[in-house]
Design a protein around this ligand. Sequence first.
Ligand SMILES: C[S@@+](CC[C@H](N)C(=O)[O-])C[C@H]1O[C@@H](n2cnc3c(N)ncnc32)[C@H](O)[C@@H]1O
Length: 158
Amino acid sequence: MSLHAANQLWKDRKTVADPAAPTGFVIGVDLLRISPLEGAVFLSQADITDPGTQRAIQNLLPAEKVDVILSDMAPNATGIKELDHQKLISLCLGLVNLSQSILKPKGTMLCKFWDGHESRVLQNKLKEQFQDVRTIKPQASRKDSSESYYLARLYKGK
Ligand SMILES: C[S@@+](CC[C@H](N)C(=O)[O-])C[C@H]1O[C@@H](n2cnc3c(N)ncnc32)[C@H](O)[C@@H]1O
């Protein structure tokens, strides 16, 4: 499942569009309007924190649960660093809760965060639920940006 789907979706697009790639099922969710793409299901103009969106995701899943939750979600930045940091951590914590109902055992979650004093709270929460949690700063991410990603693997849930 891909959270952040409106603008680019390039990784998912590659997976969906390449006929030689293994078949999969991709759901994309974004607050913004998402253009249709063959092979993917989008919940366009949908808020992931809305229980109605979460129910819609569960109803759409063919095998009930997903292998990967991929989040590049971010709120509109206010410019107040601490506030923006807290809002994004709160979105990510919501995803960790959602994983309990939609992520397969041994599944993976990747989520973007803006670093700040609550990053540890998110990291600890992920460590409770995943066997392996790493912090990743992709090359494509600007060095002067506080953006990083937590890659959480081997979900402990049932
Ligand atoms: C950094 S952009 C994603 C950029 C995209 N990955 C790309 O490569 O172009 C963050 C996205 O998160 C979405 N977003 C923020 N809060 C959200 C929420 N509560 N539910 C769903 N999408 C949300 C925004 O609408 C925005 O499109």
